[in-house]
Design a protein around this ligand. Structure first.
Ligand SMILES: CC(C)(COP(=O)(O)OP(=O)(O)OC[C@H]1O[C@@H](n2cnc3c(N)ncnc32)[C@H](O)[C@@H]1OP(=O)(O)O)[C@@H](O)C(=O)NCCC(=O)NCCS
Length: 198
């Protein structure tokens, strides 16, 4: 059974994963949600107005009431900048499986932060939440996302043609990845992350 802990603060070498708060709105808008270079690789379109980000954030923050809501903002330890987000979602009762999704602001791409956040959440999901399997999918024209999945230990299980249609009305083929708790624990028998608050 999944052991839900909400969205505790998690510390990695260079990052703090923490709950989002209302005063993050402008940073979220500026750093990734208004940027098509980020949104083109996701399903939802880039935000044109800060009010769209406000509405989205209101929903995310309201859901922190639930222990089953796992949605982190990614903050750099070095300067406190909010650079992205990551969440675990679609918890499936019959299997104890779930999905993971993430974004990093363009300015911070290719500096290892995406790999670091995903590894942390995979570690948390298996060692602390007892999730059975974590899955994700990326557009095949977004290989950087596949690369961080591999670096987090995920394995490609296939490609689904025209799995999504994005905001620009383009169909995208998606590569599906997954990692099993039993495989992860075999090579990582103790947790690597530090959970600061529960
Ligand atoms: C996917 C994403 C989170 C990666 O974040 P990041 O901080 O740049 O990731 P990292 O720096 O840890 O790693 C990126 C890896 O991709 C590789 N990479 C980058 N561009 C690449 C390309 N065009 N082809 C192949 N590999 C590429 C980098 O070399 C790096 O691998 P390496 O460490 O082995 O050198 C970020 O690009 C992003 O937010 N993209 C937009 C949103 C998105 O795609 N979300 C996921 C939807 S499935």
């Amino acid at each position: 059974m999944i052991h839900f802990m909400g969205t505790p603060k998690i510390e990695t070498q260079r990052l703090i994963l923490r709950q989002l708060v209302f005063k993050d709105t402008q940073k979220i808008f500026d750093n990734w949600l208004s940027d098509e270079r980020v949104s083109d690789n996701r399903v939802s379109p880039a935000h044109k107005k800060v009010s769209e980000t406000e509405e989205r954030l209101e929903r995310i923050i309201a859901e922190y009431e639930s222990k089953e809501h796992c949605y982190w903002g990614i903050e750099l330890k070095a300067d406190g900048e909010l650079i992205g987000e990551i969440d675990l979602y679609d918890f499936e009762r019959t299997t104890d499986n779930c999905e993971v999704s993430y974004s990093i602001g363009y300015k911070w791409w290719n500096q290892g932060y995406g790999s670091e956040e995903l590894k942390a959440v995979v570690d948390f999901g298996f060692h602390y939440m007892n999730i059975h399997k974590i899955s994700a999918a990326h557009n095949t024209d977004n290989p950087a996302s596949g690369r961080i999945m591999v670096k987090a230990g995920m394995v490609q299980e296939g490609i689904v043609r025209h799995m999504i249609r994005n905001a620009k009305n383009q169909y995208k083929d998606c590569a599906i990845y997954g990692i099993l708790q039993e495989d992860y624990i075999r090579f990582n028998d103790t947790a690597k992350i530090q959970v600061i608050e529960t």
